[in-house]
Design a protein around this ligand. Structure first.
Ligand code: F6R
Length: 256
């Protein structure tokens, strides 16, 4: 596990975008795993800028999103379909046919889950998976539980997750109670994983991810076993880590 800490969210976002951009430059038909939530928004802004500057081309890129709310219409402005179009896809030259987001409105939801993993496998697998992390250490919507879920599945959201996400809705009642998410196993199969965390409220989850026992009660702890994980943090998210375990990059020149 490689840990890089930046002084602030802006630098963290820039670094994450540069890593994803280099993946696309090295392999134009890369398979990207993408996340929603507040954390990756800065990364997406930087990727859009690099696209506008002609530095990266998304025309051959394929994407798979981690999750989607269950039974929230995709045109609802809180759906992850809406989020991805708004924050990334509408601003780059990605081929819409290459975009994959779980369909939380599918009539046969079991088949939707099964199929999602199949399409990922058939694509050759995810080259780089972008992750945020929940305050409770969830990745995707794999909530703390008694076993690691291998495959894409329906999950009941923790009350803490619903409360955390209520900031995007007009009331807590409106936050869906269920979601469809790639399993921890589906995420773990990614060749490279880039986990971003910003802010003090993520510090405990990050501490447990790095030092804690590997247990499904801390879903992100499984990443300790993955061979190519980079945690990109700001100083607040890294505040419980021991200094020797990471380098803090202060200067923007150092990330160029
Ligand atoms: C989103 C996702 C979640 C979020 C996590 C953190 O697709 O899978 O695991 O990454 O809930 O969300 P933010 O970034 O809003 O703190």
């Amino acid at each position: 596990m490689r840990i890089i800490v930046y002084q602030n969210y802006q630098l963290l976002s820039k670094k994450a975008a540069q890593i994803i951009a280099s993946q696309i430059i090295l392999k134009p038909n890369s398979i990207l795993g993408l996340a929603t939530g507040s954390t990756p928004i800065g990364t997406y802004k930087n990727l859009i800028k690099m696209y506008e500057e002609g530095l990266i081309d998304f025309s051959k890129v394929t994407t798979f999103n981690l999750d989607e709310y269950y039974q929230l219409p995709i045109d609802n402005n809180q759906s992850y379909h809406f989020f991805m179009n708004d924050n990334l896809f509408n601003h780059i030259n990605i081929n819409k046919e290459n975009i994959h987001i779980p369909n939380g409105m599918a009539k046969d939801i079991d088949n939707e889950c099964l199929n999602y993993d199949k399409i990922i496998d058939n694509s050759g697998g995810i080259d780089i998976q972008l992750l945020g992390i929940g305050n409770n250490a969830h990745i995707g919507f794999n909530e703390p539980t008694i076993n690691f879920n291998k495959k894409t599945h329906i999950v009941t959201l923790d009350e803490s997750t619903r409360k955390a996400n209520a900031r995007f809705f007009s009331s807590l009642e409106e936050v869906p109670t269920k979601a469809i998410t790639m399993g921890t196993g589906s995420i773990f199969k990614s060749k490279k994983i880039l986990l971003l965390a910003s802010g003090k409220n993520k510090a405990k989850a990050i501490y447990n991810t790095v030092y804690g026992e590997v247990t499904p009660e801390v879903p992100s702890s499984i990443l300790q076993f993955h061979q190519d994980v980079i945690l990109i943090l700001d100083t607040e998210a890294a505040s419980l880590l021991k200094d020797k375990d990471y380098e803090v990059l202060n200067e923007i020149s150092k990330v160029r």
